[in-house]
Design a protein around this ligand. Structure first.
Ligand code: SF4
Length: 232
C-alpha cells in the first residue's frame, strides 16, 4: 500500500523554512523534502498567512515576536537567554495592555497558584483564579465508577471541571486566561471552551515536577528507554 504523504517537520533535516540567509534572499523551498507542508499544502499556508492582515491579529503577532526578541540579549560572547517564562508572561501581558488575568489551576498546584497570584498582583494585575474542582460535582456525573476513584471506593470524589473553569473565566471578563497544571484531557476541554486569549504557564507531569520534557531527555537512556520500545 502506498503511504500518503503528510507533513513531518520533526523529521526534516533541511529546515529551509528557517534558512541562514540575508534579508531579501529567497529561502530555497525547492530543497525541502517531499513531506514538507510548504510543498504539500501551499494553499493552506497562503490562507493562514492572510490572517495576519487583520490589524488586531497582526498587532498581537508583532507583540509576541517583540517579546520573543526581548527574551535574549546579545553579548560580545554570543546570544544569551535572560527571561524565564513567568517574567515573559508578565511582560507580554503588559505589552498587550491586559489588566485582568485569570488562572485556571489544578488543585494539586494550589500552592503554585497562590504564588503566581502574588507575583502577578505585585506586578499590578487583577488576578481571578478558579480551581479545577469548582462546582463540586461528583465524578459519578461523568460515569466514573467506584473502582475508578483515586481515593478509593466509597469516597465522594469531585470531578475536575475544566468547562466550568473556562466559562467562569469567560464570564469574569479576564483579558488573558492562564492554564496552570491542568491534566491532559482536562486541558483539552479548557482550551475548547475558553473564549478569551489563553496561554499556559505550566502543564501537569506528576512524575517529573511538571516538566514532561524530562521524560524525553531520558528516552534514549536506560532510565526511560521504555518510551522507545515499539507497541505491537
Ligand atoms: S516546513 Fe518544510 S523545510 Fe521547514 S521543517 Fe517542515 S519540512 Fe522542513
Amino acid at each position: 500500500m502506498v503511504k500518503k504523504l503528510y507533513p513531518v517537520c520533526a523529521r526534516c533535516t533541511k529546515a529551509v523554512c528557517y534558512p541562514q540567509i540575508k534579508s531579501g534572499e529567497e529561502p530555497p523551498i525547492d530543497e525541502a523534502p517531499a513531506f514538507c507542508p510548504m510543498k504539500l499544502m501551499p494553499e493552506v499556508i497562503e490562507k493562514a498567512t492572510a490572517e495576519y492582515d487583520r490589524p488586531e491579529v497582526k498587532e498581537f503577532a508583532r507583540l509576541a515576536s517583540v517579546q520573543e526578541f526581548e527574551c535574549y540579549e546579545q553579548l560580545p560572547e554570543g546570544r544569551r537567554t535572560k527571561i524565564p517564562r513567568v517574567e515573559e508572561l508578565i511582560q507580554f501581558a503588559g505589552k498587550c495592555g491586559y489588566q485582568r488575568l485569570g488562572i485556571a489551576f489544578c488543585t494539586g498546584l494550589t500552592n503554585e497558584a497562590r504564588i503566581l497570584t502574588d507575583v502577578l498582583e505585585h506586578k499590578g494585575f487583577e488576578v481571578v483564579s478558579v480551581r479545577c474542582k469548582v462546582g463540586a460535582t461528583p465524578k459519578e456525573r461523568i460515569g466514573i465508577r467506584e473502582e475508578e476513584k483515586i481515593q478509593g471506593p466509597g469516597w465522594l470524589e469531585t470531578m475536575c471541571s475544566p468547562i466550568v473553569q473556562a466559562e467562569i473565566l469567560n464570564a469574569a471578563g479576564v483579558d488573558l486566561a492562564i492554564m496552570l497544571g491542568l491534566c491532559i484531557g482536562h486541558d483539552t476541554l479548557f482550551i475548547k471552551y475558553c473564549r478569551v486569549p489563553m496561554t499556559v504557564i505550566a502543564v501537569k507531569d506528576r512524575v517529573f515536577g511538571h516538566n514532561p520534557l524530562a521524560a524525553l531527555y531520558l528516552a534514549n537512556t536506560g532510565y526511560y528507554g521504555r518510551l522507545m520500545t515499539k507497541t505491537k
